[in-house]
Design a protein around this ligand. Structure first.
Ligand code: PMP
Length: 387
């Protein structure tokens, strides 16, 4: 059977993720020490796991309402108000999803039509471009620059806008660079967004992992709430990647559309995960703080070590990645990572997996124990000395 004649052309033409390609090589090798994974190394806090276990023991094994349990939506609404001064009506402006991933997918699908242009900055998380293409819309990539601390500037945004532009996908704290946006940056971007009548999807999944100052959501900038869908979730803040739970918040008209799509493709997010999430939001502040302090300590170690090795490293203020520049070695990002892997058995991700402008950089995750980080860093140092 000639399967390509039967399969969807748009999906066939989407490139597989560069991260996955690299992981496939790593999974074939023994004894590799990895700094490549984008998930917390912590276990979900015990009281949160226990809430999930209790729900199962009590036989809470049914579907939840499509939008998620009412009390979970209320807790989400209270949490984002308390943390970021975001005010969303739990009855109509919050949707519980299967990870931030599903929320991103259905938000994009509910907003764009074929032919629309979707503005997105890179280096960035890998799903925005393929999800846009799968809607028949056109990704318009804006390269952010190290000299601007990888922040999307209002000028860069303005110069990428055309009459077909409809949506901007904003992703800060950023994976892979660790960059964050300050209130002034968001205000400047908001002015352009409002003047050009764009909508924004703001992926704020790393909002709790901000190391200097507090996270600011673009939806709190005057005039932006009505034109923003905020995406967040439990994976990073509460070390809950495997529970698969996230949420979207926005104007009720958009959330209603997203709920319709969610109902047809998902039904409802996992019930057990929702019980655990209620506990996380109610009693998890101390866990977040503990993990954030630990990441912060690792961040300082890793960034300091890269700079001392001569690989200039922009200071990340969010998420749990750093993005050192490897141009001084004369190697491409792929060559650097492949050689490091084969000679020292250390896995990191080539920067160009996050967009062409990531060439010349590598992504190093510091969501690993200090001991693990120290071994990996000393192997990288040896590698550089032998180059
Ligand atoms: N957004 C960003 C920027 C991410 O890095 C990730 C996961 N690596 C996600 C969204 C998706 O997270 P999840 O589906 O686990 O909530």
């Amino acid at each position: 059977m000639e399967y390509k004649n039967y399969l969807n052309e748009t999906i066939m033409n989407v490139k597989p993720s560069g991260i996955r390609r690299f992981f496939d090589i790593v999974s074939e090798m023994d004894d590799v020490i990895s700094l490549s994974i984008g998930e917390p190394d912590f276990k979900t806090p015990w009281h949160v796991r226990k809430a999930g276990i209790d729900s199962l023991e009590n036989g809470k094994t049914w579907y939840s309402p499509n939008r998620g349990f009412k009390n979970l939506c209320q807790e989400i609404s209270a949490f984002v108000d308390r943390k970021y001064s975001l005010t969303y009506d739990p009855e109509s402006e919050v949707l519980v999803s299967v990870g931030g991933s599903e929320a991103l997918d259905i938000a994009i699908r509910c907003i764009v039509n074929p032919g629309d242009e979707v503005l997105m900055h890179q280096p960035s998380f890998v799903c925005y471009e393929p999800l846009t293409m799968m809607c028949g819309a056109t990704p318009v990539v804006i390269d952010t620059k190290e000299e601007n601390s990888f922040r999307l500037t209002a000028q860069e945004l303005e110069s990428a806008i055309t009459p077909k532009s409809k949506l901007l996908i904003l992703s800060y704290p950023n994976n892979p660079t660790g960059a964050i946006l300050r209130k002034e940056d968001l205000e400047a971007l908001a002015e352009v967004v409002i003047r050009h009548d764009l909508i924004v999807i703001s992926d704020e999944i790393y909002s709790e992992l901000t190391y200097s100052g507090k996270h600011v959501s673009i939806a709190t900038i005057p005039g932006m709430r009505e034109r923003t869908v905020v995406i967040n979730g439990f994976s990073k803040a509460f070390a809950m990647t495997g529970w698969r739970l996230g949420y979207a918040m926005g104007p009720k008209e958009i959330i209603a559309m997203m709920t319709k799509l969610h109902q047809y493709c998902i039904m409802s997010a996992p019930t057990v995960a929702q019980y655990a999430a209620i506990e996380a939001l109610k009693n998890g502040d101390k866990d977040i703080e503990k993990m954030r302090n630990e990441y912060d300590m690792r961040r300082r170690l890793v960034v300091g070590t890269f700079n001392a090795m001569g690989l200039e490293c922009f200071e990340p203020n969010g998420a749990f990645y750093c993005f050192p520049c490897i141009k001084s070695t004369g190697l491409t990002s792929e060559e650097f990572c492949t050689k490091l892997l084969s000679s020292k058995k250390v896995a990191i991700v080539p920067g160009n997996a996050f967009g062409d402008c990531g060439e010349g950089f590598v992504r190093v995750s510091y969501s690993y124990s200090l001991k693990h980080l120290k071994v990996a860093l000393s192997r990288i140092k040896e590698f550089l000395e032998e180059l």
